[in-house]
Design a protein around this ligand. Structure first.
Ligand code: DON
Length: 304
């Protein structure tokens, strides 16, 4: 495995065509695109990394997997009255479907859906308390108490967050927000600003590798059924309007973020995290996707 990862770093990681870093969040616009890391956390507990795997990056939308998991824990199937579970086929920050679909986002991974999930988990509590809970959960699944929020990124999102504010207010106009919109947005921007490295991120996905149970510690995080459902949503919706392309090329449940990270799950085998800040046209890590495509060719881990 180490050989495969080192080769991916030496070839794909050194590519000249690196995509474009997200520039609509000023704090992400200044990230050096020449960084690249990959970590594979195997179900048997072994962890392999190559590249800049100790460097922290903004996990952005990957955090939506964790908030969905928390929401399912708190609300159970009532979550599905707040968000759907169909791919949107539209960009991650699109507003158009909301108008025709009664303000209900298509799935929990587009921005509108994740904002609705943030509202669902707030349950009248202060954003600080909810963020504490989200962080506690992420630290628990990654087995690492050092994970935190990059406050500069959160502030940067807040001051340039007009689109997300529009989505939230639009949903509120359908009577879909149970908490003040600024609380919901504050919670959403902060959980998107959680900073992790690929080692931490790969470990955090282990519970989705083994039917809801961390295969290394043996701790159960969610039921087997719930883990299967989270994986299916990642496969169908985890890369927004690039989800079909990701399934076609990689064939694994995956979730991307505009910080350039991708978490991919090979059920029964491994949790994989890649990071390369340059994005493709739809906002998914360009080299990260190529790296996963290559890894799956070497390992045969595609679920298809
Ligand atoms: O709300 C936003 O736009 C960002 N906090 C998250 C977007 C994101 O990561 C979409 N990813 N590909």
């Amino acid at each position: 495995m180490q050989d495969i990862l080192d080769e991916i770093v030496a070839t794909i990681g050194a590519s000249k065509e690196r995509g474009k870093v997200a520039d609509y969040i000023p704090q992400l616009a200044c990230i050096d695109p020449n960084q690249f890391a990959i970590t594979v956390a195997l179900a048997d507990g072994r962890v392999f990394s190559s590249g800049h795997s100790e460097r922290l990056f903004s996990i952005q939308s990957i955090s939506k997997v964790f908030t969905l998991t928390i929401a399912l824990g708190k609300l159970g199937d009532a979550v599905w009255s707040r968000v759907g579970r169909e791919p949107s086929g539209d960009p991650f920050n699109s507003i158009v479907q909301l108008e025709h679909e009664n303000g209900k986002p298509r799935n929990p991974f587009i921005n509108a859906g994740a904002i609705a999930i943030a509202d669902a988990i707030l349950k009248g509590h202060q954003p600080k308390e909810t963020l504490g809970e989200i962080l506690q959960f992420v630290r628990f699944i990654a087995d690492d108490d050092s994970i935190g929020i990059d406050e500069k990124v959160a502030q940067s999102e807040l001051v340039t967050g007009d689109r997300n504010a529009s989505l939230a207010h639009f949903m509120a106009s359908f009577g879909r927000m149970k908490n003040p919109v600024d609380w919901v947005l504050g919670t959403y921007f902060h959980h998107c600003s959680i900073a992790m490295n690929t080692e931490q991120l790969a470990r955090s996905g282990l519970f989705l590798v083994d039917n809801g149970r961390n295969p290394v510690s043996g701790t159960r995080v969610v039921s087997a059924l719930r883990a299967r459902r989270i994986n299916s949503l990642m496969l169908m919706c985890g890369h927004y309007d690039g989800s079909g392309e990701f399934a076609f090329r990689v064939g694994l449940p995956g979730k991307s973020g505009v910080g350039g990270g991708i978490l991919a799950i090979a059920p029964g085998k491994a949790s994989i995290a890649v990071w390369s800040p340059g994005l493709d046209e739809v906002g998914n890590s360009k080299l990260g996707t190529e790296a996963l495509e290559n890894l799956v060719q070497h390992t045969g881990w595609s679920i298809f």
